[in-house]
Ligand binder design. Structure first.
Ligand SMILES: Nc1nc2c(c(=O)[nH]1)N[C@H]1C(S)=C(S)[C@@H](COP(=O)(O)OP(=O)(O)OC[C@H]3O[C@@H](n4cnc5c(=O)[nH]c(N)nc54)[C@H](O)[C@@H]3O)O[C@H]1N2
Ligand SMILES: Nc1nc2c(c(=O)[nH]1)N[C@H]1C(S)=C(S)[C@@H](COP(=O)(O)OP(=O)(O)OC[C@H]3O[C@@H](n4cnc5c(=O)[nH]c(N)nc54)[C@H](O)[C@@H]3O)O[C@H]1N2
Ligand code: SF4
Ligand SMILES: [Mo]
Length: 900
């Protein structure tokens, strides 16, 4: 008898997406993939994962990976050896710095690097090349929180922890779509609401999925959060809700902050006018906050990505300081971090205005870090922040750039300008996981294949200061190498072998931990000295641990500042008077709308990973712009049609979604699509480069813009086993489908023209066609050896072909004769119901399936939908949408009854 197959055990690791930092159990299968589950022992998620985390298994595999070092030669990228590529990088940076000075070179890093990768890159630049031109995509993400924390607390310290979300009686979410962007944490808040009756307030110009569960939703005017929280401070004053014992002993600047708040928002009425809210709603918010001691105010990009992001953070923190509601169970301001290692990047000093281990460019710190590193060329002043850095590249002042783990040609404001700037560089080095993204295509000179999630080893820090291990469970594909190794090799080639002698991620971690404790004596919040002497085995086995983890008292309380103890010279917090709020650029007749940008539930950033998952691709497969019905009517836009959105910097063509949840005068578009995944949807091109004066963070959510309809006569889709491209000027968007690629398209080419195009697209296959000249319809399917290998459906926009049924057949591959005929004739095919667009990604449950169940009485509420269809029973990310469908259904019922 055969012995049962030996399966390797599951490896404990951490999700590579958002800052919640969920623990993952990854069990390698025998095909280079892995079965993914939540880690029940991880204190961030206790076993839960959201739709993105659950689908991690679908994003592994070598198809899109960069597998070998490449260098440009004769205008093309050609494969080369590691030795040659590393020499070229080291020589290129050394020569440029020698000839043009150290400030002519720069690194642009990412919160998706591990702390160890980040640490060595930062050390090389700031200690040995001798410039602080190291910035990171965290500048676009967390910089305003960092600046706000530092201003108020004297250190970049998040005072609270996740347990506070379980214990708060009121949770205020400001500029955070947590239901989609921090789903596991949001489910934790929902559990508190269910089990303890906690209340939820959501403050966002847009009614998001997060707002579905809110007890109070405030559609604040874009950029006006500071006014709202100034109004709150005034109200707290008038209702004697201040904690003067705390204010007197632990803060300074109280009087100025309150006076300024009174200038900005003297009363409820004025606050309502400034914020565009109803007076009663503002009054209710003030009352709820004032009467609830246990309140946590969570904030994210609606606060940070603003020309006054730091002041927004300040005005929130002021309300917590003035009430002493900080650092105690269930209370505090709470910055929700974006990327898996947004916090780690801040800890190692990845930002151009930080040094390392939370130190800044003061003389004493530069000296201290210089001695610790034994550095010969310490940078002595701050470097250029992201937007300025790319401007310096554009002006030719920075000549050599190394981009690691980020896609600036998509994600920086004015992305078109950024891409043009990249093309001017003498040397553009990119370490990435994928062979192609928009940044790689902008004239990269050297491409370095980096190890990806599942292959790399090291640590990340989540929103609650908890350090967790990412562990490898797959072998390195091709010649890929960990980022820390790549940087170390370059450093050695530049002559710094002694300072970069690391043999492992553990070596780097120990040094990073030791630096955090070096001459610290309790003066710096970030201290993980207790972890500086871990053995390799202990590092391997390291359990999630919160900082501080000091040598003397490694297991401390996980909160800060309940008893003061701020990291300022006098130990007191600073209450700071914010400036009068307003978005940076005024609207004009030419650009009368505010363009807001952000995220959708099932995609991650520029889709290099989530874009590979068919499960995730089903939810919102096309790039869109959301518009209020009145604005749509005025602009002549129709639901499901297309629109061109234009700003002073660029334009995109997007599908129109009309939604009551959108504020009048605001537009919303997601950030995820790029030149790789759509014909015209790189929204970063439109975004203003205006930045916050303290943090340098760009205002990504308030660009003046305009919108106009674009008409396409025909709509359709194509499916194929391999990658397809369509001729210009077709509008298209790429979406992953099981066993292939899908393209949704819109065009003014006639079906007859598409017949010719598809014949060349699928040359060499057996083609079955359906042509309806009167109905203006063309459908074709391509077969090879009886397998369905591709298809293309085009029809008039008013009667656009739906792809869900055909997608199911395509996924099934073997198509019977009846189904083949049914498919091409456009009738529903035997045995395959049209599920509609995916709502529940975990179980692939479509909109039609759910609506049918509600219509025929199989289900009546969210619970019974779960029982009947399983939708919403795994990760819970779709629960807000299910709830909305149920309530729409009951509205429809009432309307129908009234009509009768
Ligand atoms: N699904 C998914 N989850 C993610 C990510 C992802 O790509 N996809 N990325 C991760 C990263 S890196 C980050 S930084 C986080 C971001 O997480 P969030 O900040 O929650 O996400 P966003 O969609 O960028 O923006 C949040 C909200 O800010 C609102 N907003 C815009 N302007 C204002 C304003 O003036 N005031 C207020 N109060 N609100 C405003 C927007 O309408 C939007 O709903 O998400 C993380 N999680
Ligand atoms: N308009 C607008 N713009 C925005 C935002 C917005 O809300 N609105 N949000 C901003 C925010 S908060 C963020 S965080 C940024 C995100 O923007 P980006 O950082 O540009 O987006 P990603 O798609 O995450 O890019 C990561 C790249 O690194 C690669 N990668 C992943 N893991 C690794 C690794 O371990 N090593 C290496 N070497 N490469 C790796 C991926 O393949 C991918 O190419 O976008 C910002 N831009
Ligand atoms: S909430 Fe989702 S994306 Fe964020 S860490 Fe957890 S599983 Fe990953
Ligand atoms: Mo972010």
């Amino acid at each position: 008898m055969n012995a049962p197959a030996q399966h390797p055990p599951a490896v404990r690791t951490t999700c590579p997406y958002c800052g919640v930092g969920c623990g993952v159990l990854a069990k390698p299968d025998s095909h280079g993939g892995a079965v993914i589950a939540g880690d029940p022992e991880h204190p961030a998620n206790f076993g839960r994962l959201c739709s993105k985390g659950s689908a991690l298994g679908e994003t592994l595999g070598p198809e899109t990976r960069l597998l070998h070092p490449m260098v440009q030669s004769g205008g093309a990228l050609v494969r080369t050896s590691w030795d040659h590529a590393l020499d070229r990088v080291a020589n290129g940076f050394a020569r440029t710095a020698r000839e043009h000075g150290p400030d002519s070179v720069a690194f642009y890093l990412s919160g998706q690097l591990l702390s160890e990768d980040y640490y060595v890159a930062n050390k090389l630049m700031k200690g040995f090349i001798g410039t602080a031109n190291v910035d990171t995509n965290s500048r676009l993400c967390m910089a305003s929180s960092v600046a706000g924390h530092r201003r108020a607390f004297g250190a970049d310290t998040v005072p609270g922890c996740y347990a506070d979300l379980d214990r708060a009686d009121l949770i205020v979410l400001v500029g955070s779509n947590a239901a989609w962007c921090h789903p596991v944490l949001y489910q934790r808040m929902m559990a508190n609401k269910r089990e303890r009756g906690a209340k939820l307030i959501v403050i966002d110009p847009r009614r998001t999925a997060t707002a579905e569960e809110a007890d109070l939703f405030l559609a604040v005017a874009p950029g006006m959060d500071t006014a709202l929280f100034c109004g709150l401070l005034v109200h707290l004053s008038e209702t004697q809700a201040f904690d003067f014992a705390y204010i007197d002993v632990h803060t300074t600047g109280f009087a100025e902050a309150l006076t300024r708040a009174q200038d900005i928002a003297p009363d409820v009425k004025k606050t309502a006018t400034l914020t565009g809210l109803a007076t009663a709603d503002v009054a209710r918010f003030f009352e709820m906050f004032t009467s609830t001691p246990k309140v946590v105010t969570c904030y994210s990009q609606g606060v940070n990505q603003s020309a006054q992001g730091t002041d927004k953070v300040t005005s929130i923190i002021n309300c917590h300081l003035a009430t002493g509601r900080i650092g105690r169970a269930g209370m505090g301001p709470f910055s929700l971090t974006g990327q898996p290692n947004a916090m780690g990047g801040r800890e190692v000093g990845g930002l151009a205005n930080q040094l390392a281990a939370h130190m800044t460019f003061g003389h004493e710190s530069v000296d201290r870090v210089g001695r610790f590193w034994n550095a010969k060329a310490m940078a002595r002043r701050e470097g250029l922040k992201a937007v300025d850095m790319f401007d310096a590249i554009s002006r030719g002042e920075i000549k050599a750039l190394w981009v690691m783990a980020t896609n600036p040609a998509v994600s920086l404001p004015r992305a078109g300008h950024v891409r043009a700037a990249l093309e001017k560089l003498d040397l553009l080095v990119i370490s990435d996981n994928v062979a192609g993204n928009d940044t790689v295509r902008a004239n990269a000179h050297v491409l370095l294949p980096a190890a990806a999630w599942g292959e790399k080893d090291g640590t990340v820090t989540n929103s609650e200061r908890r350090i967790s291990r990412q562990r490898a469970f797959l072998p390195l594909p091709g010649e890929a190498k960990p980022d820390w190794w790549i940087v170390t090799q370059v450093a050695r080639r530049m002559g710094f072998a002694e300072a970069f002698a690391y043999q492992s991620a553990a070596d780097v971690f120990r040094e990073h931990a030791a630096l955090s404790a070096f001459e610290n004596h309790g003066t710096r919040a970030f201290d993980i000295g207790g972890l500086a002497s871990l053995s390799d085995d202990e590092f391997d086995g390291l359990k999630p641990v919160q900082w501080p983890a000091r040598t003397a008292t490694p297991h401390e309380d996980s909160r800060f500042f309940a008893e003061g103890g701020f990291f300022t010279p006098d130990g007191k917090a600073r209450m700071i008077a914010p400036e009068m709020p307003r978005p940076h650029a005024a609207l004009s007749p030419e650009f009368p709308f505010r363009l807001n940008t952000g995220r959708i539930r099932d995609q991650w950033h520029t889709m290099t990973r989530t874009g590979l998952s068919p499960k995730l691709g089903g939810h919102l497969p096309e790039p869109f712009v959301e518009v209020h019905p009145d604005d749509a009517m005025q602009a002549g836009l129709v639901a499901g049609g297309f629109a061109r959105v234009t700003s002073p910097y660029g334009s995109c063509v997007l599908k129109v979604i009309i939604s009551e949840g959108q504020r009048c005068g605001s537009l919303f578009a997601p950030i995820h699509w790029s030149g790789e995944t759509a014909s015209s949807a790189r929204i970063g091109e439109l975004v203003t480069p205006a930045t916050d004066p303290y943090s340098g963070q760009p205002e990504a959510k308030a660009t003046p813009a305009t919108i106009e309809p674009v008409a396409f006569k025909y709509r359709g889709f194509a499916l194929s086993r391999g990658r397809l491209s369509l001729p210009e000027p077709t509008w298209w968007a790429r979406a992953a489908v099981a066993r292939g690629q899908g393209l949704l398209l819109a065009s003014n080419d006639t079906p007859e023209a598409w017949r010719a195009i598809s014949a060349s697209m699928f040359a060499g296959t057996e083609i079955a066609e359906f042509v309806d000249a009167i109905g203006d319809i063309y459908r074709m399917a391509a077969f090879a050896d009886g397998r369905l290998v591709g298809c293309l459906f085009v029809g008039p926009s008013g009667n656009a072909p739906q792809w869900d049924v055909v997608k199911s057949l395509f996924e099934a591959e073997a198509v019977g004769e009846t189904q083949r005929r049914g498919m091409l004739s456009g009738k529903s095919t035997d045995g395959i119901a049209d599920p509609g667009p995916v709502v529940c990604a975990c179980f692939g449950v479509g909109l039609n399936t759910i609506c049918n169940a509600l219509a025929d009485g199989t289900a009546a509420n969210v619970e019974s939908i779960g029982k009947a269809l399983r939708a919403g029973t795994n990760c819970g990310s779709c629960l807000p949408e299910l709830k909305k469908l149920v309530s729409q259904r009951s509205v429809d019922h009432v309307r129908a009854a009234q009509a009768v």
